[in-house]
Design a protein around this ligand. Structure first.
Ligand SMILES: [Ca+2]
Ligand SMILES: [Ca+2]
Ligand SMILES: [Ca+2]
Length: 333
């Protein structure tokens, strides 16, 4: 606790020393990381700029990052420890990433977290200055913050600007939690990560069977356990499903608003709850058709986890339809 307090006060010199030491340790312990400096592997980067070229070095990356005068951008400034609230101020960060918002963002700070065990974790900004509107995002991998984007949140409720992100991590998995500010804002905040020990993922396994499949559920009494990169801080239910053959499949919530859901949102993960995100979508037509639909090309026997989620904190009864892309869904009533 004392260490967190000591290094959480915007002291760049202390940060730089810690970062350098930690980078060596991180690189040595994760030789299999795929952090190759490439930006092409992130299918969810919606024009957020190039986080790998903060100093304007152009496409010719310095070899091994050791070129003279080259200062690698190490966005992960501190270790985040399970259950220990960390206080900081994004004013000491650098505005090079945009998390969960396409408008100009403020400076961000990143925190390294290693999951002590496999399971669901919830990252929350617990307090902030009223004038500061933070977002929170999770990126895989090491401190260069060029890993795959996993999930994000802007607001976790209609009456708060505070974000929270649920994500599923494997044992010893390394991620970076990024606190960013909307519309150029910076400000103070506290951040905490907790294990959601009583929650499971997936909630259900969908049995193999002829398509279309319609699954009915209700998120009204659920918790927010997972977010996608298009947010989804609402309570959710997760379904594991295996494609019966190679082809294009549609996952949609059509009929859910009529059933009483406020605003459904879907995200789909590859292989399991902690897999890479294959798609994340809120509205079929933003603000007009609140239902959600995603279409994916899947291999035979490819397993996915479909998360029926809600925009901000929206919830309710839903119908999840899985169907071949070339056939309309069953009418949901
Ligand atoms: Ca916010
Ligand atoms: Ca959620
Ligand atoms: Ca929606």
């Amino acid at each position: 606790m004392a260490r967190i307090d000591a290094i959480g006060k915007n002291h760049r010199g202390v940060r730089a020393g810690l970062m350098a030491g930690w980078l060596v340790a991180a690189c040595a312990s994760t030789p299999g990381d795929d952090d190759d400096g490439s930006v092409e592997h992130d299918p969810h980067d919606h024009g957020d700029g190039d986080p790998h070229d903060p100093e304007g070095h152009g496409s010719g990356d310095p070899p091994d990052g050791h070129g003279e005068g080259f200062e690698p951008y190490l966005c992960a400034s501190q270790e985040l420890i399970l259950g220990v609230a960390l206080s900081d101020h994004t004013g000491s960060g650098r505005a090079e990433l945009e998390m969960c918002h396409t408008e100009a963002s403020g400076a961000e700070l990143g925190y390294h977290f290693v999951a002590p065990a496999e399971g669901l974790y919830r990252f929350r900004v617990e307090s902030h200055d009223e004038a500061f509107d933070p977002t929170l995002g999770i990126i895989r991998g090491g401190p260069a913050c060029d890993g795959e984007r996993v999930a994000c949140s802007d607001d976790r409720g209609r009456d708060t600007r505070l974000p929270e992100v649920g994500t599923y991590l494997t044992a010893a998995e390394s991620v970076i939690a990024i606190v960013d500010g909307k519309v150029g804002a910076t400000g103070p905040y506290t951040l905490v990560v907790e294990a959601m020990a009583d929650e499971r993922c997936p909630d259900e396994v969908i049995d193999a069977g002829p398509l279309p499949i319609v699954v009915y559920g209700d998120t009204s009494d659920e918790l927010n356990t997972l977010n996608g990169t298009c947010s989804g801080s609402g309570p959710d239910r997760s379904y594991l499903w295996t494609a019966p053959y190679e082809g294009r499949f549609v996952f949609e919530t059509v009929g859910s608003v009529a059933l009483g859901h406020d605003d459904p949102l879907l995200h789909v993960r590859d292989g399991g709850c902690g897999g890479g995100e294959l798609a994340c979508r809120d509205d079929i037509e933003a603000g007009v058709d609140l239902e959600s639909r995603v279409e994916l090309e899947l291999a035979a026997d490819q397993t996915v986890v479909v998360v029926v989620d809600g925009w901000i904190d929206q919830s309710g009864p839903f119908a999840l339809t899985i169907r071949p892309a070339n056939r309309p869904g069953r009418v949901v009533d």
